[in-house]
Design a protein around this ligand. Structure first.
Ligand code: ADP
Length: 216
């Protein structure tokens, strides 16, 4: 099966898709992570991508569609993908349909996480990422400790786009460019809307039940 986890920046897409990828043996495709990998290469393309991300804007559909096309064409990925942060524009959603058709696949379910704006802002401001193992924590809601994290605290870093000034732009970009996707998937009867404001474990329980029912 192929899944999409949709939601605003900071809605918990990454955390919940990590859980799903473990429990259902799916491969998580985070376009944000793929773009940050390109930035780490310090290529010309990476520099352009960094400028766009740090401004709070979206990277061009062409760049994103090329990344996704490469992933869908790989045999090991067939029918086991979980998309986190993609599609993010109506254009990307339509391109994904075409690509999936081309590779004889489909989306089985779209989980949309809705979270109020104030919580989102706090989640993003408090977000910390371990530069060693890649796990995500939050200094207000889910601090790193010796029960949930093996690495030293010195490895915790903030993302350069998680600045207070950029968050509002990212949220506006989400409202204008990403939110219309909800109707696209609603019309295809694939959408499950979930309240993403509560505790990570209870939100996951709801998601788990939906995905288990799909499998059965
Ligand atoms: P978040 O959802 O918390 O903002 P991501 O890691 O998913 O975090 O994305 C970070 C940034 O990467 C976005 O603000 C955007 O600039 C860029 N990005 C990620 N995915 C896409 C996409 N599908 N299309 C365009 N830009 C994207």
């Amino acid at each position: 099966m192929n899944l999409i986890i949709f939601g605003a920046p900071g809605s918990g897409k990454g955390t919940q898709s990590d859980n799903l990828s473990k429990d259902f043996s799916l491969i998580k495709i985070s376009t944000g992570d793929l773009l940050r990998n390109e930035i780490d290469k310090r290529s010309e393309l990476g520099k352009k991508i960094k400028d766009t991300i740090d401004k709070g804007s979206l990277v061009s559909d062409i760049i994103i569609n090329n990344l996704i096309q490469d992933i869908l064409s790989e045999k090991k990925n067939i029918n086991r993908l979980i998309f986190d942060g993609y599609p993010r524009t109506l254009n990307q959603a339509k391109s994904l349909e075409l690509l999936l058709n081309k590779f004889n696949q489909k989306i089985n379910c779209v989980i949309s996480l809705s979270v109020e704006k104030d919580i989102i802002i706090k989640r993003i401001i408090g977000r910390q990422i371990c530069s060693k193992c890649g796990l995500t924590f939050n200094e207000f809601f889910y601090p790193s400790n010796n029960k949930n994290h093996d690495c030293d605290l010195k490895f915790l870093v903030k993302r350069t786009d998680d600045q207070e000034s950029t968050i509002m732009t990212r949220y506006d970009t989400y409202l204008k460019q990403s939110l219309p996707i909800i109707n696209f998937y609603k019309e295809k009867n694939l959408l499950h809307e979930i309240n993403g404001s509560g505790k990570i474990a209870s939100i996951y329980k709801e998601i788990y039940a939906i995905i288990s029912a799909l499998k059965g």
